[in-house]
Write a new protein. Structure first.
Length: 401
């Protein structure tokens, strides 16, 4: 599993037990850290470290979630052995290492960068202070199923969470016992949440049902639905045959966006098993949403991760013939992404192909689909056998008399 995070001046790539930070401006220097040895000790002065399993092999530990604060001062890393570590971005020096109750599924900094919100696989959401890095986390809320994404609104008044049971919950923040609304309409688990870049009052969600939905999240009202099945069916030449394992339904797994003007945004999404990236142009005028398919960027393989900057640069990380990182720029003349000229930071990343040799495909997504069992026929057959037995017994008793 490899992830890509791009801010104004920083580029962070995580892969297995390693995280590497590059300078977007092209500085030849970069920092690299290995978390396999960090989590053997707990730097939280007040935390209980009894939850750390002794003798856990370092090969089993890997980074499961990461984020960079908007101020680019901090990096947060969550690992598979239930730790949240906080690092300084400039030199990747460790600030704190806190123990979690469960393995994290998503971690994000709040917009101000003062706190970290974290969703875990048991359905709970926690808040950790970035300014007081040794304080224990505070439980914010809980769902009845696994949380898959979490985000805080730009004004930090609302926290939005989504789970495997097709639900999006909007709660007030930090007083999360006050539930503002629910956004209901997806038929399968929800893979990601994002805010529409040109209108931050509109929420975007992607789901295993093959749709991208737009919401007035404060009111819990669905504004628009985009079905990705049509886009994928029209480009079957770049779809891997194993996509049939999802029951024939496409699976949007990542959403990124940037604003073109005050009413128009570009939304890019990756589809599981699709060797490319789908680009939509979304207009939002007084909550009236229209979405048009603009471009399908064809790639050599399914990307590991993507990131879209406010300048319209699309960064793509994937298994692309010893060149894992590519950068594309939106061209307004042809209305599609075109390859950028080689940048020094791209050359630096591509020269470190050894970091990505151990990347394995994500196997969690297919497991999130709920299996449907038809036991009615079995019940009817057992009922028929039972009634037949009762009838036969009754007939034999009658004959005996």
């Amino acid at each position: 599993m490899a992830t890509l995070l791009v801010q104004k001046t920083s580029l962070l790539i995580t892969c297995g037990v390693k995280a590497v930070k590059f300078n977007v401006e092209g500085d030849s220097r970069f920092q690299q850290l290995d978390i396999s040895n960090v989590n053997n000790r707990c730097l939280n002065e007040n935390a209980n470290c009894d939850g750390v399993k002794e003798g856990t092999a370092s090969a089993e530990v890997h980074i499961v979630a990461a984020d960079i604060s908007s101020c680019e001062k901090y990096v947060a890393l969550c690992t598979s052995d239930k730790h949240l570590s906080l690092w300084k971005t400039d030199n990747l020096s460790l600030i704190s290492n806190r123990t979690l109750a469960r393995v994290a599924s998503k971690v994000r900094f709040v917009p101000s960068g003062r706190a970290i919100v974290l969703a875990d696989k048991s359905g709970d959401a926690y808040s950790f202070s970035a300014e007081k890095p040794y304080e224990d986390g505070q439980l914010l809320l809980g769902h009845l199923s696994m949380l898959l994404d979490i985000l805080v609104s730009p004004d930090e008044k609302y926290i939005i969470t989504c789970d495997r049971d097709e639900k999006i919950r909007v709660s007030q923040y930090p007083n999360t016992y006050n539930i503002k609304s629910y956004c209901l309409g997806h038929k399968e688990f929800i893979t990601g949440l994002s805010l529409l870049p040109a209108d931050k009052t509109v929420l975007i969600s992607s789901s295993g049902d093959g749709t991208i939905r737009f919401w007035d999240y404060k009111a819990g009202i669905q504004l628009h639905v985009v079905d990705c099945n049509g886009s994928v069916c029209a480009n079957k030449d770049i779809v891997e045959h194993s996509n049939k394992s999802y029951g024939g339904c496409v699976l949007p797994v990542r959403l990124v966006g940037c604003s073109i003007d005050t009413t128009t945004s570009l939304i890019c999404t990756c589809i599981s098993k699709l060797q490319g990236c789908i680009v939509y142009q979304v207009k939002s005028i007084s909550k009236n949403i229209t979405a048009n398919l603009m471009h399908i960027l064809k790639l050599q393989a399914e990307p590991w991760d993507i990131s879209l900057t406010s300048q319209g640069e699309l960064w793509i990380l994937g298994p692309f013939n010893t060149e894992p990182l590519s950068v594309f720029m939106w061209d307004f003349k042809v209305c599609q992404f075109v390859a950028c000229k080689e940048r020094s930071v791209v050359l630096q990343v591509n020269s470190r192909w050894d970091l990505f040799q151990s990347v394995t495909p994500t196997i969690l997504l297919p497991l999130l689909y709920k299996r449907k069992f038809d036991n009615i026929q079995i019940y009817q057959e057992r009922k028929r056998q039972r009634l037949s037995g009762i009838l036969a017994s009754s007939c034999s008793n009658t004959l005996a008399e």
